[in-house]
Design a protein around this ligand. Structure first.
Ligand code: 5GP
Length: 189
């Protein structure tokens, strides 16, 4: 998506460790008009998927997931992130290693809000190594629901997450696909 690529080129900063900082419009300050456009684009890609639910993980995935869910006219389920938990009854949980914080968290959702009849579109801000996506897909599997796709604002191809998700038969859609990046250059695929 041209609009997002231009914004990344103008405002994104590449940090050490392969992290792209987009705090000015996606993660800290939110560009509402841009996010609305991202949501509409995701919705048009998945309008025929029959999605009944959007699933994301707190906190940086929420804005783009909300925009997509609004355009699809379905609710958003926000998986909660905990350092470690004793898993209670009535929740589905999965471990996720955080790319940005280098720690392991547990992501969980209440079984009350996702079930067998659901067709679930997973939405996140970034796709890097695919850990977050695989954790969220595990929650869908535990609920007996069906994943219809994984949509992400920014994919960093070099970190290889796409292959893990596609191996599970889930289509991946990214709005900006970064092939390579360094401190002074970002190349889109
Ligand atoms: P993965 O689990 O695919 O390795 O990483 C995805 C998660 O890590 C996303 O939910 C996102 O919050 C965070 N993340 C991964 N790479 C970046 C990055 O380059 N910049 C930012 N801001 N977050 C990232």
């Amino acid at each position: 998506m041209k609009l997002l690529e231009e914004k990344i080129l103008k405002e994104g900063k590449v940090l050490d460790g392969g992290v792209l900082k987009v705090d000015g419009f996606l993660n800290h300050r939110l560009d509402a008009a841009l996010l609305t456009a991202l949501g509409k684009d995701i919705a048009s890609k998945f309008e025929k998927s029959g999605a009944t639910l959007v699933l994301t993980v707190e906190s940086s995935g929420i804005a783009v997931a909300f925009a997509a869910a609004q355009a699809l006219n379905v609710p958003v389920l926000v998986a909660k992130k905990h350092k470690s938990v004793n898993i209670a009854d009535g929740v589905y949980a999965a471990p996720v290693f955080s790319f940005t914080h280098k720690t392991e968290n547990t992501v969980l959702v209440s079984a009350e809000y996702i079930g067998e009849g659901d067709k679930v579109l997973v939405v996140d801000d970034f796709l890097a190594s695919g850990n977050a996506a695989i954790g969220l897909l595990s929650l869908i599997e535990q609920a007996g629901a069906t994943p219809v796709g994984f949509a992400v604002a920014i994919e960093k191809e070099e970190q290889g997450g796409r292959a893990l998700i596609e191996k599970k038969g889930v289509p991946v859609y990214s709005l900006a696909r970064i092939q390579k990046m360094s401190a002074n250059e970002i190349i889109f695929g």
